[in-house]
Design a protein around this ligand. Structure first.
Ligand code: SF4
Length: 477
């Protein structure tokens, strides 16, 4: 396994979006909105601004601060803007797949970006290509632009509604078109999309942490299946997918993806993570001297575990926040090099201690094994691994980059086999009940397919090796 892959033994944030309507500093605000959501995607970023006529766009590979400088922002004129940070989940990761995408069609300019996966995009694309459409990228978003362009509906909301009705999957979508900013959420509300106000301007983002940075106030979450159309006269809400959309919000947002200072679906992410730690301590206590988190997402549950168990909390692992994707590997192999780049134990704290190690998930298990080895080498007398999510047994098809199910440790091994494989003295995961008690919302309102295998939206096309299985699960649900 390469060092890079070793360091990325995690599910990955999919993408983040930000949009602003009618503000003199649209480009600057969009830049900041993306900057705050950089954790949702680090491969590429893009911003499109418009005054309603011409569209001004800049996109690039890398981090927001590296792609946009004063000179680029100055060129992005217009009072309306949308932006996107990307970690590729569909299509390749080259510049041609950077969002937002902008096109001219019969009704003028249109620009779009989305977070998530349109699971029937391959099927729709095939049909469109058979009917003569030509694609510039391999991204799902372009499929949607073609559907809008082909619609015969007389109004823009009508054209977009018609297009959205043909989509299946988990997605949150932003569109700039005809002096309007539009936000759409899939019928299950799998991916987040929040609505805020900055003075008289409306803003949309994947997470509320984007609002905090620009001084906007959070108004509400866009509802599952809702389309909000923001224009000069104000905001109008449509339900293009009907009134019976049932939420299945991604529970992994609370466990790992979202920033802890964000509030999603009315739940603060930090509080949810902390409470999961409390539940873990009640469900799977350990006789130990210290609780140590695997930073960063292990910190709040470790604090909750420490509080509930009365065992002191210590930052026994220090994370290097400046690890990039490119670095020089030593010629001579160094044991656990990849993990050491990112984490370093404080031996003076750990030596001779019985340690509870709290992490958010075990994916392939390679990183967990190396962290346990590292803490053991730092002198821990015992290591009790506690995980703030249930075992990750299945892949995600809704916009999160995940390994194939057969690469997931929990898919192949039972609890005892996993414990042995990572080398811990004990291993426990929070239960589904414990996780939902901590989140404070009912399980049926969430997607937890990567843990349970119960997929709220059936998958079709090449990304669906398990279609028949999924249909069976969905029937049971
Ligand atoms: Fe989130 Fe997992 Fe559902 Fe994907 S499968 S949307 S990561 S809960």
């Amino acid at each position: 396994m390469s060092v890079e892959r070793d360091m990325n033994d995690h599910f990955h944030d999919e993408c983040g979006v930000f949009g602003v309507f009618d503000h003199p500093e649209a480009a600057n605000l969009t830049y900041l909105g993306l900057y705050a959501q950089q954790h949702r995607g680090q491969e590429s970023a893009g911003i499109v601004c418009t005054d309603g006529h011409s569209f001004h766009s800049h996109r690039g590979m890398g981090l927001v601060a590296d792609i946009f400088h004063k000179s680029e922002i100055k060129e992005l004129t217009g009072r309306h803007g949308i932006g996107h940070v990307r970690y590729s989940t569909s299509g390749d990761s080259g510049l041609r797949n950077c969002q937002p995408f902008s096109f001219e069609y019969a009704h003028g300019g249109i620009s779009m970006c989305h977070n998530g996966n349109i699971v029937n995009a391959p099927e729709l694309r095939k049909q469109l290509e058979q009917q003569g459409s030509i694609f510039q990228s391999t991204s799902d978003t372009e499929v949607l632009i073609h559907l809008v362009a082909r619609s015969k509906a007389p109004t823009m909301p009508g054209r977009l509604s018609e297009a959205v009705r043909q989509l299946a999957g988990g997605f949150s979508l932003l569109v700039l078109v005809e002096k309007r900013l539009v936000g759409v959420r899939d019928r299950d509300g799998i991916r987040p999309l929040v609505l805020g106000k900055l003075d008289d301007s409306w803003v949309l983002a994947s997470e509320t942490c984007a609002f905090d940075l620009i001084g906007a106030t959070y108004e509400r979450d866009v509802e599952p299946g809702e389309m909000v159309v923001i224009e000069e006269g104000g905001l109008t809400s449509f339900k293009p997918l009907g009134n019976d959309c049932k939420p299945h919000f991604c529970v992994f947002e609370y466990v790992y993806f979202a920033r802890p200072d964000s509030t999603l679906e009315g739940i603060n992410v930090y509080k949810a993570r902390y409470q999961i730690g409390v539940e873990l301590a009640k469900e799977s206590p350990a006789d130990a001297d210290l609780v140590i988190p695997v930073p960063d997402s292990g910190v709040p549950p470790a604090m909750g575990f420490a509080e509930a168990s009365g065992i002191p909390f210590q930052m026994g692992l220090i994370r290097n926040h400046y690890v990039g994707r490119t670095f020089i590997e030593p010629k001579q192999s160094i044991r656990n090099f990849g993990v050491k780049l990112k984490l370093n134990p404080i031996r003076e704290l750990i030596r001779g201690k019985r340690v509870v190690l709290v992490d958010d998930s075990i994916v392939r298990g390679t990183t967990s094994r190396k962290i346990v080895e590292m803490v053991r080498a730092a002198g821990a007398a015992e290591i009790h691994m506690r995980i703030s999510s249930p075992p990750t047994k299945h892949s995600c098809y809704y916009g999160v980059d995940t390994p194939d199910a057969n690469e997931l440790m929990a898919n192949k091994m039972d609890l005892e086999e996993m414990r042995k494989a990572i080398g811990a003295d004990s291993l426990a995961f929070v239960s589904f009940d414990g996780m939902y008690r901590a989140v404070g919302k009912p399980r049926e309102k969430h997607c937890d397919a990567c843990f349970s295998g119960v997929y709220p939206v059936a998958i079709e096309g090449p990304r669906s090796p398990q279609l028949s299985l999924l249909k069976t699960f969905n029937k049971k649900r």
